[in-house]
Ligand binder design. Sequence first.
Ligand code: ZN
Length: 64
Amino acid sequence: MDNEVLKDIEIVCKECGKTFIHSVKDQKFYKQMGYENTPKSCIDCRRAKKAARASEFDSKKDFN
Ligand SMILES: [Zn+2]
C-alpha cells in the first residue's frame, strides 16, 4: 500500500484546549517539509506565539 489515504485529523490544542483540524492539505505540507510529527497547538496559538515573539523583538529594537 503505497497510496496511503489521508484524512483530516482532529487534534486537541495543548495551549488552549480547543479541538482543531489538521487537514489533509496540512499533513501533506508537513510531510513535504520533512516533519514527522503532527502539530501540538492550533493555528491561532501558533500564530499568537509567533506574533508575540516578533513583537517582543520589535519592542526591544524600538526601545534603544
Ligand atoms: Zn490553541
